[in-house]
Design a protein around this ligand. Structure first.
Ligand SMILES: *[C@@H]1O[C@H](CO)[C@@H](O)[C@H](O)[C@H]1NC(C)=O
Ligand SMILES: *[C@@H]1O[C@H](CO)[C@@H](O)[C@H](O)[C@H]1NC(C)=O
Ligand SMILES: *[C@@H]1O[C@H](CO)[C@@H](O)[C@H](O)[C@H]1NC(C)=O
Ligand SMILES: *[C@@H]1O[C@H](CO)[C@@H](O)[C@H](O)[C@H]1NC(C)=O
Ligand SMILES: *[C@@H]1O[C@H](CO)[C@@H](O)[C@H](O)[C@H]1NC(C)=O
Ligand SMILES: *[C@@H]1O[C@H](CO)[C@@H](O)[C@H](O)[C@H]1NC(C)=O
Ligand SMILES: *[C@@H]1O[C@H](CO)[C@@H](O)[C@H](O)[C@H]1NC(C)=O
Length: 446
């Protein structure tokens, strides 16, 4: 349970920057600086999104040539057209490994202005760059690289939405960075907290949304004006979050995901009654039903909603994303300083990630059995992400995290081994996303 509690705490990075009242203790004080950075500064930084300083001229290609001789086997050259035909039809594109790719990322911190401070590893001075030189290679086929021109052309007059937590935000920023190499976007909406946004690519009339709905369900969270939560989350297990369901008819394509917010302390409501809780320490004699219970209920509701034959959107359910804290958790000195991907045999899933993915697969399959699933597919990024312990910001969550610090103090710097550097491995999620979403679309229209 300790690990779960820790994980749910790091998800506070996503917007509840301060610990709940019972956590306000010494540890809390020690990390005030951290919380300020992830919480308040986050708001500021995001506020300034559109006024990023002018781009400076920095060499974008990753420096260390020794990285090119990394351990994984060199793959044969790819055949793009062939691969795109193969990938979705005959090949499990979610099973494979990472192979060296000297061509590097299609954008950098200089060419993309949509990277959030905390994931801007290049700008924040992460010293190694080998983590940029890999591409995902499905075992039985090749995966074409995301083509932003083609994508935007196919997206003319369409609306695409990402619904979820800060990992969804991480993902949408990756997509924005890739697309903005072709056409810069206009931000046309943001909510008060800069968590939900809408962008438009004017010359394609393509609209892209990210909707902050970490539980996907109706959830009452209690925060004061400074983001300090002062009461437990009230989670309505029989009601979807109207924030996304109200907008849903607008969307042509949707990528939806739940995740680690379900680890947080929460009180469950069903049919206007409190039915239990998760991690509530026996409060009010409530039964602790666990996060598996709430996550399963949430996914069931979501899948039944989106599978309704009257809804037109094409939907991907993205599976859980593993973290890579080693030797501790985010608040107990855990770090992720690896510089190369795992080999397949090294990727061992933590039990709660296994459990969440299990729930996802089971609920997804139920939808398929029900036979109304033609507009839903799985975006199973869990395994590919599991193999990338090297892809997280670690301490490089803000510029020069170690500046002016004695070596012995450096271990106390907060690490993020959950979100992903941009550019970084999460860019490859888009390759898979397009393969699954748009190839299926083609089949449907043909
Ligand atoms: C696809 O690739 C195979 C080899 O993998 C090649 O023999 C075939 O001609 C290719 N087909 C097309 C349409 O490119
Ligand atoms: C990008 O990162 C480099 C350091 O790698 C830095 O010198 C440069 O100023 C950054 N560019 C922007 C626009 O932040
Ligand atoms: C495409 O599929 C065929 C048959 O499964 C296979 O022989 C071929 O190697 C695949 N091509 C690519 C590029 O993956
Ligand atoms: C732009 O796209 C939206 C759907 O996303 C559509 O409702 C609207 O009519 C389009 N505008 C034009 C000028 O085609
Ligand atoms: C919800 O509660 C009402 C009244 O308490 C009850 O009549 C009804 O059967 C309940 N519905 C479900 C689905 O449990
Ligand atoms: C919880 O259960 C105990 C023992 O049954 C009882 O004494 C106590 O009043 C209960 N507390 C609440 C808040 O219901
Ligand atoms: C990661 O950090 C640990 C503890 O500081 C150290 O022992 C290890 O050598 C580091 N690994 C890499 C790849 O830097």
């Amino acid at each position: 349970m300790d690990r779960l509690r820790s994980l749910s705490k790091i998800m506070k990075i996503e917007g509840t920057p301060f610990g709940s009242s019972h956590q306000r203790n010494q540890i809390f004080l020690r990390f005030v600086a951290f919380f300020l950075l992830v919480g308040l500064a986050y708001r500021l930084i995001i506020t300034n999104d559109s006024t990023v300083p002018p781009v400076t001229d920095v060499k974008s290609s990753p420096a260390d040539p020794s990285g090119l001789t990394a351990s994984a086997p060199i793959d044969s050259p790819r055949n793009i057209n062939n691969a795109s035909q193969n990938a979705s039809t005959k090949c499990d594109i979610f099973t494979g490994n990472w192979v060296p790719d000297p061509s590097g990322p299609v954008y950098t911190n200089d060419s993309c202005r949509h990277i959030q401070e905390h994931q801007n590893c290049l700008k924040n001075g992460r010293p190694d760059s080998n983590y940029l030189l890999w591409r995902w290679k499905p075992r039985d086929c090749d995966l074409p690289r995301f083509n932003p021109d083609q994508f935007l052309n196919r997206m003319r007059n369409k609306w695409w939405a990402f619904i979820g937590d800060s990992i969804s935000r991480n993902h949408v920023q990756s997509l924005l960075c890739i697309l903005s190499q072709v056409e810069e976007v206009e931000e046309i909406y943001h909510d008060k907290e800069y968590r939900s946004k809408i962008w438009r690519f004017p010359s394609h009339n393509f609209t892209l949304s990210v909707i902050w709905s970490p539980f996907l369900l109706k959830a009452d969270t209690f925060e004061n004006s400074e983001g300090v939560s002062f009461s437990d989350i009230q989670l309505h297990l029989d009601t979807l979050d109207p924030k996304w369901t109200h907008q849903y008819p607008n969307f042509d394509y949707v990528v939806i995901s739940g995740g680690k917010w379900f680890f947080k302390t929460s009180i469950f409501h069903e049919n206007h009654t409190v039915t239990g809780c998760h991690y509530c320490h026996g409060k009010d004699n409530l039964t602790d039903l666990g996060y598996e219970y709430s996550y399963r209920k949430a996914l069931r509701l979501v899948l039944d909603f989106v599978a309704d034959p009257n809804r037109r959107a094409q939907v991907l359910l993205r599976t859980t994303t593993p973290d890579h804290f080693e030797n501790g958790e985010w608040d107990s000195g855990g770090f992720c300083n690896r510089t190369v991907p795992f080999k397949v045999s090294e990727g061992v899933m933590k039990s709660e990630d296994e459990l969440m993915r299990g729930v996802e697969l089971e609920e997804f399959r139920k939808t398929q059995v029900k036979g109304s699933s033609s507009n839903i597919a799985l975006l199973d990024t869990t395994s590919m992400s599991l193999l990338r312990p090297d892809g997280h910001p670690g301490p490089y969550r803000y510029p020069d995290p170690f500046s002016g610090m004695k070596v012995k103090d450096q271990v106390h710097v907060q690490n993020d081994c959950l979100h992903w550097c941009l550019p970084g491995p999460i860019d490859s999620w888009n390759d898979l996303m397009v393969e699954v979403m748009l190839n299926r679309d083609t089949e449907k229209n043909d």
